[in-house]
Design a protein around this ligand. Structure first.
Ligand SMILES: [Zn+2]
Length: 402
């Protein structure tokens, strides 16, 4: 690295500190941007204020009533690329608060860790983005390209915020989503389809049933039993497919409801199913495979009638390993951490798929905190990782934006 760049970098790094990192994450953990229902606006306003303090050009963009994305620009010169640093404003609910060792919205600091819902996923990532851009701005360096900071709504449910962002804003040339990856660049993730499957039976008084099912009854719960066995067998087949970055596709039944009364043969039983997709699998593929399974069952027993519905779907994503953003993310992480860093894949979905699948923008996930901390009781993030992530973002911004 040229000596001058090294000095500039050192000077910028000196402006990133753990006290400010801690304060930012604690502030944000105290903002209950729980989704559902989607209370992101206080987070959007907080980020808007912080970005304005830094000196960015900022605006809010309302996607749904009272639910806004926040967009900030550290403007470069026209004609150079734009790097977007992105994060989501929403968090999942804390679950049973009695199970937490600390207040999930308290932002307690203990032994170098900040505890709270959303600390790792992903208010720490948002803090790192702010710290990096503030340090760059304060250094007085004029970047050639645009540094774009975005906080989006509804990542935890539909990805609507990211979808609206790319529909309404000028596209970036590359994106880093600061999801918790323990500072490892992630260039692929799985997709998901949530199905609802119902079996439709025929109710009669339960005192009249016969093992030959010849009284006109069709027990929807028994029928669902056959569906459940097929789904378990299907998982065995799915596990035969292996992707080197994200592993195997999966399927899991999450809920079941059926019947209305003990003395009535149930005429309806419903399950919800979580199918995780490889980046190479489409939502249509997954639906067709599930339809096949249900048709096969119907062939084996024509009395089995089913309904299949998709409730939620998000595609998987994969960025080409030769993209500069992948290489630079790895190099920057190795420089800051002083060790070899592996480019990996993630089993969890994210807004990366929106940027990749809808706009083909090369995207990497990279941020502080561990995915194993996301959505769990006693979620925490290590302060050191927030500081390191900010430094990594600085290096990537200097190298991509000049
Ligand atoms: Zn997340």
């Amino acid at each position: 690295m040229p000596q001058r760049l090294k000095e500039i970098q050192k000077q910028i790094f000196s402006r990133i500190n753990s006290v400010e990192a801690t304060k930012l994450v604690q502030d944000m953990v105290k903002i209950k941007s729980v989704n559902p229902p989607g209370n992101e606006d206080a987070m959007a306003i907080y980020l808007e204020k912080k970005m304005k303090e830094i000196g960015l050009e900022v605006h809010l963009d309302e996607c749904l009533p009272g639910r806004s994305n926040v967009i900030g620009h550290l403007k470069g010169t026209v004609g150079y690329p734009t790097l977007m640093l992105n994060g989501h404003l929403d968090i999942v609910p804390p679950g049973d608060k009695r199970l937490w060792s600390f207040d999930p919205f308290g932002g307690v600091l203990k032994d170098g860790r900040i505890y709270g819902r959303g600390s790792a996923d992903m208010k720490a990532g948002l803090a790192s983005i702010l710290l990096a851009s503030k340090a760059i701005k304060l250094s007085g360096i004029q970047l050639k390209g645009d540094l774009m900071l975005t906080g989006v709504i509804d990542e935890e449910v539909t990805g609507l915020g990211a979808q609206e962002l790319i529909r309404r804003e000028k596209a970036a040339d590359m994106v880093i989503v600061a999801e918790p990856t323990e500072l490892n660049p992630v260039r692929a993730h799985k997709g998901l389809v949530f199905f609802e499957i119902s079996t439709i039976g025929k109710a009669i008084h339960s005192s009249r049933v016969s093992s030959k099912w010849n009284k006109g009854e069709v027990n929807a719960i028994y029928q669902m039993g056959k569906v459940l066995i097929k789904i378990q067998e299907y998982l065995v087949n799915l596990e035969k497919k292996v992707d080197p970055l994200v592993g195997s596709p999966t399927i899991s039944v999450g809920t079941i409801t059926g019947g209305s009364k003990t003395n009535i043969v149930p005429d309806r039983c419903t399950i919800t199913v979580d199918r995780r997709l490889l980046p190479s699998e489409t939502i249509e593929d997954a639906k067709a495979e599930m339809e096949n399974i249900l048709q096969q069952l119907h062939k084996e027993d024509p009395r089995i009638k089913t309904n299949l519905k998709i409730i939620v779907s998000r595609r998987g994503a994969i960025t080409n390993p030769d993209e500069p953003i992948v290489r630079l993310s790895k190099e920057a992480a190795e420089e800051v951490l002083g060790k070899d860093v592996e480019v990996t894949g993630s089993p969890a979905t994210s807004d990366m798929e929106v940027f990749m699948n809808q706009r083909c923008i090369p995207t990497v996930l990279l941020g502080p905190g561990s995915l194993s901390m996301a959505h769990i009781i006693d979620e925490y993030v290590e302060v050191d990782q927030i500081v390191d992530a900010a430094k990594i973002f600085v290096i990537i911004a200097l190298k991509t934006l000049g």
